[in-house]
Design a binder for this molecule. Structure first.
Ligand code: GL7
Length: 826
């Protein structure tokens, strides 16, 4: 239908637009197929169609982004800069279509061209520019900042290689490089003329200028250029788009005339390669920094380029420096970008010639810091020598910050001389280390943890001294997740069912899910709810059959443990229980009545021996159980390789039981726990991180908590925890451990897993696996019993979803905006 043939019907029908949105989208796709991708429009392949669709959406995003930037500028709003070494956005296509309100149009346009939207969307390869929860949180927050129309910018690094691709080969994790840029990028704009110099190494020159001032400058520095790559993050149907700016390293040589004059061509090219290495690869260590020079370089690279961008924008305003904190807030996502504090000091003191006091006044009103972990090995420190070599001026500035800080602390606590050593920014012992968390706390006006429980632990133990010094800085911001991706997009049929009953407002006001509660007693709603969930399980079962060749029963209890592999997350505790169930099935076949499908997924840091070994153990156990004819359909164990955002989107909507079983006091918050509960899975978990708040919201009767509380963990440790006692007292546990140690699951290498058992029995069981085993087994039995009553289970599931409104990242970001950043929507 075109607008010309409307004739005299025109008066009766609403005016049709010149072209329908679906038609105009189709024209754009075809135009990009031809002119941007250089392909024949007659028979484009699916990948080409995906790219052309992405480019068509980018066109729409950039228009809205320009308009949003103009809005921010004309209102002279205070800006938020969110600095993070990691972002884990996941695939963009579906999310952008939903945000732009173009899903149906895209489906129609593609159908017209002979393609299905789902197939085309599956062509997208996600950028894995983060390790896990911390990076994914940053992306959820950008989504919410855009939806709340905040004047915000995300800043990160454009790694050429993201988190490795995980293969499971013969039960073992094998890492492959993740060449996410292989197919080109379709969402971003590379700003090749938009670069900032970043300077490392060299020596500090001290000199006195004509006005008699002591000046510092860096001589013989190495310069690398940071090039901006911009990706757009749209708010939900609000025409507002913000920018995630990722810096890619480029050699400065190409920007210097001298490049052409050096005789040493190959030498120059080698230098180029070395410089551009800075943004080559994301470090794959979750919660345990590697301490490599290149990593510190990456941190400074992000910080220096970003601060230059911030300062450039601020200068355009032509207002005094002391207004900087009134117009800007810089948020540090963990300590990774904390070198921003001495970098801003350096610019203000060395380049802008402010006094130290003036500069410091500005700094501590500009920075805010979020802590995401209390694991001692994850608290970031750098050897002072390395710092001195790479960032000599910054180390001097850190020393001066420390000197003044310790001077104040000495005055505040004259009777506690030991406090100085404890809070110093530099750890002094046999070797000297710069403590990044201390720098971040001293240089920020706000320090927050990521769940109520975690924030208390920060105040009571990890940062207790700092809490005494700066009590007003400490606060909590419980994490949240975006309901657009983690319900609407990943579980469209459930989302549709919800919208059908309570309208679509929940998408931007998740507390509205409460309105589902009256339906909890409606039989029709029950049925529909469980049908959707079962359909999701069927789809996952198909995926498992395709990928792993294992047939699982969709009606069985899907018990899911997906997240990074780390001993504190206790995948080992889970597998001990799996083995216990297996033994029960073997010894008394009638004793296990609820068939279960165990699904594991997650990556281990490539150098983390025990985490990788546990992956191997799980795969060995899976093989033994899945091939044992006595087990049949009662028990299946599946390890899905390469857990990532895309895979999470498949698994979460199909989960019945969500495993959140970290040692109490060790998981700062968790966000996977929220994604599962929002989609109607029931949690089995410990009293840790955000599990506690989930329990407070969904009700103790709608999840299964177990195990030691964090103060009990500490008490047990300080009284001398003896894991052997649990082994000796519990015959079921003993049998399980003896089987592992005796090679039951590794008959060709009987000693293979002996060290796993030894870590529990002879090396202290740092993560209290044995102490929690029995209560975990009991709670698992409760879960199985509950699952037998499908109506009651459905009720629990619906109540979980309906009561998860608090865990929206919109709520979390709104709290950040009001309590910390002092900004509101434009
Ligand atoms: C983490 C915490 O471990 C996790 O509990 C939290 O939910 C997340 C986001 O706040 O941050 N800290 C951390 O270093 N990583 C996390 O996932 C990698």
């Amino acid at each position: 239908m075109t607008s010309q043939n409307s004739g005299n019907r025109k008066s009766r029908l609403p005016e049709a637009p010149a072209t329908r949105p679906a038609e105009s989208l189709k024209q754009d796709i075809l135009r990009h197929v031809l002119y941007s991708l250089g392909r024949d429009t007659e028979r484009p392949d699916r990948q080409t169609v995906f790219r052309a669709l992405a480019l068509s959406l980018r066109d729409r995003l950039v228009e809205k982004w320009i308009a949003s930037q103009r809005d921010i500028y004309s209102r002279s709003s205070k800006r938020v800069y969110y600095l993070s070494l990691e972002f884990l956005p996941g695939p963009f296509l579906r999310e952008n279509l939903i945000a732009l309100g173009l899903e149906n149009e895209a489906r129609e346009a593609l159908t017209d061209m002979g393609f299905g939207l789902d197939d085309v969307a599956d062509e997208e390869y996600e950028p894995g520019l983060g390790n896990g929860g911390l990076g994914r949180l940053a992306s959820c927050y950008l989504d919410s900042m855009a939806t709340l129309r905040l004047p915000a910018y995300g800043y990160g690094i454009h790694y050429a290689y993201g988190i490795f691709y995980q293969l499971i080969k013969e039960g073992r994790q094998v890492e492959r490089a993740d060449n996410w840029l292989r197919g080109g990028t379709h969402w971003e704009f590379e700003r090749s003329h938009y670069v900032h110099p970043v300077r490392f190494y060299g020596q500090v020159r001290e000199w006195v200028d004509e006005q008699g001032r002591l000046r510092h400058s860096l001589e013989n520095a190495t310069t690398v250029m940071a090039m901006a790559c911009d990706m757009f993050i749209p708010g939900h149907k609000n025409d507002y788009v913000l920018n995630m700016r990722l810096w890619a390293a480029k050699t400065s040589r190409e920007f210097e005339f001298s490049f052409f004059n050096t005789g040493d061509y190959i030498g120059a090219v080698e230098e180029k390669i070395r410089d551009e290495n800075i943004s080559m690869v994301l470090y794959p260590n979750d919660e345990a920094p590697e301490g490599k020079e290149l990593r510190l370089k990456q941190q400074f690279f992000l910080v220096s380029a970003t601060i230059q961008d911030i300062v450039r924008r601020f200068r355009k305003k032509g207002i005094a420096w002391d207004q900087l904190p009134r117009k800007n807030v810089i948020h540090l996502n963990e300590t990774h970008p904390a070198v921003a504090i001495p970098e801003l000091m350096r610019i203000l003191v060395d380049e802008e010639l402010l006094t130290w006091e003036e500069a410091w006044y500005i700094c501590v009103r500009t920075f805010a810091y979020t802590n995401h972990t209390v694991l001692p090995e994850a608290l970031e420190v750098w050897p002072e020598d390395l710092f001195r070599r790479l960032l000599p001026r910054h180390l001097q500035i850190i020393h001066e910050i420390n000197r003044r800080f310790l001077h104040d602390v000495r005055r505040q606590f004259p009777n506690d001389p030991n406090i100085l050593g404890r809070v110093s920014l530099v750890h002094e012992g046999e070797s000297r280390w710069v403590r990044m968390s201390h720098l971040a706390i001293v240089g920020s006006f706000s320090v927050n943890g990521v769940s109520a429980h975690h924030s208390e632990i920060l105040k009571e133990s990890v940062f207790h001294d700092f809490y005494k010094i700066f009590p007003e800085r400490f606060n909590n911001k419980t994490n949240g997740i975006t309901p657009r991706r983690w319900l609407r997009q990943c579980n469209p049929t459930l989302a549709w069912l919800i919208t059908e009953h309570i309208g679509p407002e929940w998408l931007t006001d998740l507390a509205q899910l409460k309105k589902l509660e009256p339906y909890v007693n409606s039989e029709g709603f029950h049925r529909a709810w469980m049908e959707v969930r079962l359909r999701n399980k069927h789809k996952l079962a198909e995926y498992i059959r395709d990928k792993n060749g294992i047939t699982v029963m969709p009606e069985s209890l899907f018990d899911v443990h997906v997240k990074r592999f780390h001993e504190y997350k206790r995948q080992l505790l889970n597998v001990l229980h799996v083995i216990a169930l297996y033994n029960r099935i073997r010894s008394s076949p009638g004793s296990v009545t609820v068939p279960r499908t165990y699904i594991f997924g997650g990556k281990a840091a490539p150098g983390y021996y025990m985490a990788k070994h546990i992956i191997r153990l799980i795969n060995s156990v899976a093989y033994t159980i899945n091939t044992d004819p006595r087990v049949g359909d009662l028990l299946k164990v599946v390890f899905l390789q390469n857990y990532c955002v895309t895979l999470a989107e498949r698994i979460i909507p199909a989960t019945d039981l969500s495993e959140q079983i970290s040692t109490a006091g060790m998981e700062a918050s968790g966000t996977g726990n929220m994604k599962f509960a929002l989609n109607g899975a029931i949690t089995i978990g410990t009293h840790d991180g955000a599990n506690i708040e989930i329990m407070e919201h969904v009700g103790n009767e709608n999840l299964f908590l177990f195990g030691l509380l964090s103060h009990e963990v500490n008490e047990m440790r300080s009284q001398g925890y003896n894991p052997r006692l649990f082994y000796e007292r519990d015959s079921e546990l003993r049998e399980v451990l003896d089987m592992i140690a005796g090679g039951f699951f590794s008959p060709s290498e009987p000693h293979l897993f002996r060290d796993v058992v030894e870590s529990l029995l002879n090396h202290g069981d740092r993560y209290m696996v044995l102490a929690d085993f029995r209560s975990y087994v009991y709670r698992q039995q409760d879960a199985a019993n509950a699952f037998m009553d499908q109506a009651a289970w459905a009720r629990m599931s619906m109540l979980n979803t309906s009561r998860m409104g608090f865990f929206s990242s919109d709520r979390a970001v709104d709290e950040y905006a009001k309590d910390i950043w002092g900004v509101s929507g434009v």
